[in-house]
Design a protein. Structure first.
Length: 369
């Protein structure tokens, strides 16, 4: 019979020495939790890892965690690090009661969390990227995404991360002018692993964190091709390939068309053949948004098909700047309409574009000749 949450503190009555001060961050690393929870039943493992990831992402300390979940801090500490055992027999304590408490917490958390983010619209770009990510983790494979800036790649990858349980999808931007150490530190940080250790130890700990339940999403991979040291690009990609092979995680590498060109035709294309062959799935996104996607986004704001000047502006922006500028201008137009207590129309969009156009022009000089 599962132990009820009320009885848990009686099993481990003495607080862990690491928790004497509750007002500290969750001082257990992500790789420790991955390894410690690996033997748990699948539903228990997912619940515990999800709670840990949320606590780290939210910046909670132990007191916050205890307050939210209504479980003894020592119990949570030992569940995270795999030391939750009966002090008399040394046997693992059944986690049924803990998991029930965690599930109850998440039910309340999701019901009470305010929806503050911008609406996400499921365009054709989203459907393709979502499908590719699903296949990458299902087949424990590497997938590649190529596309120009502002076509929706980053927004879709972040949405993939948001929709997965906390901790199952790890998203990060490749550091600018990335070298191997900077890249590994960024990955470790996303995995809640301290960088205060040797390089080799850090790589092993990242490898320990990743397993076949994880999806690693690395955006702007093209940054490693503009490193101050070109050879570091080969090292970065070789380490990513090995991390995927050894852990069995899903790996999605996303970048601009520069990424594809360098990978397939660049100076080091021959050396990167092994990575290319590992890329079972690849997705090339169009440079110009489809008209169907533009209509879909406009329909979210209940706008009809644009005509005249608005239609010309939509076409120009779509071809010159992609989805990013278009969606931001529509959002700004919606705010303008709301501020004026008006129903949103294409006139509001036109006004926003006009303001932006005015700002790009050089001001007239007030100097006399």
């Amino acid at each position: 019979m599962p132990t009820s949450p009320e009885d848990l503190s009686a099993i481990n009555p003495t607080p862990s020495p690491s928790l004497q001060g509750l007002k500290q961050g969750i001082n257990i690393a992500g790789d420790t939790v991955t390894l410690a929870t690996a033997p748990y039943p699948e539903d228990h493992r997912k619940a515990v890892r999800r709670l840990y990831a949320l606590a780290k992402e939210a910046g909670w300390d132990w007191a916050d965690l205890e307050h939210h979940v209504k479980l003894d801090t020592t119990t949570l500490y030992r569940v995270f690090n795999g030391s939750y055992r009966n002090p008399k027999t040394g046997d693992p304590v059944p986690l049924g009661g803990v998991v029930q408490a965690i599930d109850r917490f998440f039910e309340l958390w999701e019901a009470r969390s305010p929806e503050t983010r911008l609406p996400f619209i499921e365009t054709s770009v989203w459907r393709r990227i979502s499908k590719l990510c699903q296949e990458a983790i299902a087949m424990q494979a590497t997938a590649m995404i190529y596309g120009e800036s502002q076509v929706g790649k980053t927004a879709c990858l972040r949405e993939v991360q948001r929709r997965k349980p906390h901790g199952d999808a790890i998203y990060l931007l490749m550091p600018a002018a990335a070298g191997l150490q900077a890249m590994l530190v960024a990955i470790a940080d996303a995995c809640h692993i301290s960088q205060r250790t040797s390089f080799e130890r850090l790589r092993q700990r990242v490898r320990n964190f990743l397993d076949d339940s994880k999806l690693l999403l690395i955006d702007e991979v093209h940054e490693c091709f503009v490193s101050y040291h070109k050879a570091s690009m080969l090292k970065c990609l070789a380490v990513l390939r090995q991390l995927q092979e050894e852990s069995g995680c899903g790996l999605v590498l996303c970048g601009t068309n520069v990424w594809r060109h360098e990978l397939e035709q660049g100076e080091f294309a021959q050396a990167l053949k092994q990575l290319c062959r590992r890329g079972i799935w690849s997705l090339q996104l169009e440079a110009v948004p489809t008209q169907a996607d533009l209509r879909l986004i406009a329909a979210h704001y209940r706008l009809p098909e644009p005509e005249g000047e608005p239609a010309d502006l939509v076409r120009f922006i779509a071809h010159q700047s992609g989805l990013g500028k278009y969606t931001k201008f529509l959002h700004r137009a919606a705010l303008l309409a709301k501020k004026r207590d008006q129903k949103m129309s294409w006139d509001h969009f036109t006004k926003v574009v006009a303001v932006a156009d005015t700002l790009t022009r050089a001001p007239k000089s007030d100097w006399t000749k």
